[in-house]
Design a protein around this ligand. Structure first.
Ligand code: ATP
Ligand code: MG
Length: 252
């Protein structure tokens, strides 16, 4: 399974924020996307996941062009994303937020509700069990009944991750999953991501915590001012002069 970005451009008001970016990510190779603030990473995520249209270029998932599909259609194909700034349903509880993230809810179909209530109940039980396991894993059980809008920033990041995982994605784009999360939990999340990755889920992760990302990623892509400026193993990329200059703002 692979995700490909080919010649993608995206401008906002005349400013080219993503500038002719091309790369391919294999699910087997957990990949990080790094770069200084404003490099265009989140915008690229928005283009891949269908929240922003590209001005040019194409996005391929498993070899199929998906850039004309809606965000919902891409999610149904198995592409999940988290947002840099969490977007929970603020008035729903934490548990309800996870439940709404689940895919294939048979009760959504009137036929199932009326004619196959047993199937609906069984699947609903599975979804509730999955949500409870997710709460446990993310350390959110204690706040399961609280409104999501009342959580701390770090807890909202965790809920965001949980909602994405509830969709049982095949490929997941994480935008700064560790921001505001305590170091102990970062290590637990890392283990969970590694397990999912080994089981075949693809990951592309934007993260400013470079040591944590370098531990996890087989490969890093680097963006600066809209362009892809480097890619390779974490060791190669972090030793790259152009990458170091981009981070200290001393690029050419
Ligand atoms: N919806 C928008 N409208 C106008 N400009 C935007 C929009 N979204 C992003 N930008 C601009 O595009 C540039 C890239 O932003 P983006 O959020 O993609 O960067 P980033 O690499 O994710 O940065 P950070 O590490 O700070 O999250 C910035 O200059 C930003 O101000
Ligand atoms: Mg961003």
């Amino acid at each position: 399974m692979s995700l490909g970005v080919h010649g993608v451009n995206k401008s906002f008001g005349g400013l080219r924020v993503v500038d002719d970016v091309s790369f391919q990510v294999q699910a087997a190779e957990l990949t990080g996307l790094i770069g200084p603030n404003g490099a265009g990473k989140s915008t690229l995520f928005a283009v891949i996941s269908g929240f922003q249209p590209a001005d040019a270029g194409c996005v391929r998932f498993d070899g199929h062009e998906i850039q004309r599909l809606s965000a919902a259609a891409r999610a149904r194909l198995g592409i999940a994303r988290t947002f840099q700034v969490p977007r929970p349903f603020a008035h729903l509880t934490v548990r309800e937020n996870l439940l709404t993230g689940a895919r294939d809810q048979p009760g959504e179909h009137v036929f199932n509700l009326l004619c196959r209530p047993g199937v609906v109940r069984q699947r609903e039980r599975q979804i509730v069990a999955r949500a409870d396991a997710m709460l446990e894993f993310l350390g959110l059980t204690r706040v399961a009944g609280e409104r999501a809008g009342a959580l701390s920033g770090g807890q909202q990041k965790l809920l965001e991750l949980g909602r994405a995982l509830m969709t049982e994605p095949r490929f997941i784009l994480l935008d700064e999953p560790y921001a505001g999360v305590n170091p102990v939990l970062i290590e637990e999340i890392e283990r969970r991501i590694r397990t999912l990755s080994e089981q075949g889920t693809g990951f592309l992760i934007v993260e400013h915590n470079l040591p944590a990302l370098a531990r996890l990623a087989a490969r890093l892509l680097v963006m600066d001012r809209g362009r892809l400026i480097a890619s390779g193993t974490p060791a190669q990329v972090l030793a790259d002069r152009a990458v170091q200059e981009a981070y200290i703002g001393g690029g050419p």
